[in-house]
Design a protein around this ligand. Sequence first.
Ligand code: BGC
Length: 792
Amino acid sequence: MTERQLDAFVKRLTLKEKASLMSGRDFWQTKPLPDKGVWPLRLSDGPHGLRKEDLKNAKENGGHSVKATCFPTAAALACSWDEELAEQVGAAIAEECRSHGVGVLLGPGVNIKRSPLGGRNFEYFSEDPLAAGKMGAAMIRGIQKRGVGASLKHFAVNNQETLRMTISAEVDERALREIYLKPFEIAVKEGKPATVMCSYNRINGVYASQNKMLLTDILRREWGFEGLVMSDWGAVDDRAAGVAAGLDLEMPYSGGATDEDVVRAVQEGRLSEQALDAAVKNVLRLVAAYAHKPRTPYHQAAHRSLAEKACEKSAVLLKNDGILPLEKQSNLAVIGALAAGTGRYQGGGSSVVNAHAPMGFTGAMAQRGWAYINYAPGYRTEHTRPDAELEEQAVRYARTAQTVVYFMGLTDLYESEGFDRTHMRLPENQTHLLEKLAEANPNLVVVLAGGSPMEVPWLDQVRAVLYTVLGGEGLGEATYRLLFGEACPSGKLSETWPLRLEDNPSARYFPMGPRVVTYNESIYVGYRYYDKAGQAVRFPFGYGLSYTRFVYRDLHVDTGKNGELLVKVRLANVGDRAGDEIVQIYAGCPHSSVHRPVRVLVGFARVSLKPGEERQVEISVPRDRLAFYDPVQHRFVVEAGQYEICAGASSRDLPLRKAVLVSGEAVMPLYAQSADGPYGAFSDNRFSDAAFYGVHSRPPQNNALPHPGEYDRNTPLRQMNESKLARMLASAARVMTRKTLHFSPHAQVNQKVAHAMVGDLPFRNIQRNAWFLLNVKQAGRVLDLCNRPNKK
Ligand code: BGC
């Protein structure tokens, strides 16, 4: 359809038809207009594999969605630092979408990992905006080159699960631009996603779904986004305000009441029909581009080997005193329940893939022909209490083995959409057993799974640690290849591992609530904080070991045609194995007049070298990577002056450094943003409210728990606890949610998620989710009743 035909088409639609086209038909499709030739468009999760719900065939499928390939989660893939790989994975997922008639994949997610506790960190790439943005953009390119639309999510500032549907993330403008919006900016500009999904939360008081500054001023006007904006599922508060702000599609179907709101808003002159038409056109363009495409089969075996390869390239060797790679010895003890069955390969939530054939390490051993596997589970995964009998058996195996490989990790109970972690420790039964294994056998190797950093105080007691993150269904085979040296570990961390949770910059300000969470640490997220505070960390950002050795030499920095820096470095593989190195370039501005991180990542490249091979690696650094965001001028500024360009193997291993003069602007910051201001120097993570409100443009907000009389449509159910009626509603909602929620194969986990999610559900969503039981008026009356003081 040409634009002119589209205009003519929209003109012929009634107001009601238009409003209705802009909300879902059901949970997963847009509305068709059969007599007008508009097909429904199917959307499915994402992000690391296809989750097309198929409740009817749950038995046959062995899960609540169609079988699909589970690729490494974003947290894992990010550790490959391999944009080409991310593109290949995106393309493979899109091929699976094409075979199932799915037009838009709900992913990737590029939110910043503000705290290691974030429940959905495994679905996100990094604590660094460049790393997250680049990997996200690559994945989008891959998805879309197979004719499937991507949905970049969750726009924006979704950094916690606690109260995710109502919390206001109070974040200062500079942090918003430099940290939280930056990955979206990169992914939008370089990936050109067909759609963007807004987040649930508020940003500085305004819901993402009705945030004009985000959805229109920044996304469309500044970044040139031309696609469609959809809501996260149930994220709409005031739909008419949303349309006016730039929201095109409400998902999922919510009973039609919000369509009526839109019609009324136009009739009453509160919403322009022009805004409505623009949104309808975005929906129709998307449907025309991605709906009703021929279904094409995909090559399952090829996707499986890509999943294995991707896992292999993403795993990070955290420690090795030379014990790895292992020889194929018969006297090997494999301990830990996470070694067997499927292994720990993905997190819980809407991203759960019903994987074709997930296989843990013992499965891979059997497949490789190991006749006898000395395996003991050692602990249970459904709870965290040590089990004396299991431990005894494991220790017995360990005592007589030459080497012990112990599989540890966060279980389903720890990591899922819907709730955050409350601490950074591993399950107690696993660490309890570790002590005993270390006593029984000094040759202890740990294979660690989990989508986020963990506290590892036992590190000195083990000889090696291989971190497989949440590596997808190829986990077992990839682990096998890496442990036995058929492949060389090459992943590097995309997130800093602090020594302990309390060291993290957001530790005092996460997840806060009940109404707001303040981002007191401003731009000092991840290594930006640790480096400036001079804080020791367990493993730095960008860190990872290898079985071979790389040497960096001869750093040169030239200026390219567009003012970009051309950074050249010679890299040599001086070990005796082929391997990949992730070359990282950081830039600092030591004499900046504004407060800044010591240095930030400005470029990276994954390079493969044979033993003895040497190569010149060239990385182009566009000028804007040196910029800071000036909240007075509301724009990014490159300050003139001397910058230090560093090259090396991690954020804390930068052997090559060069000072370069960069032309730019003279800058005279306000005190709060200056190098001498409160953020200019610090040695711990106490960022006072005085400092924060010096850089934040909003005054402190009401952050008190509401009481009866103060409940409104946006009050989460858990905060209406004083009302007996609200408690009853919450129980009913929990029962319903438990029945319909399939966020994990384990009932216990679904129960935990349902409990957390219902507690965080704003009152308005009770009506939206149960529109067939309760109309808007009735819901209003129920809210009035909840607001009455309880009779004593
Ligand atoms: C999640 C989204 C997801 C959607 C559909 C929401 O709860 O936040 O990431 O795409 O559900 O399942």
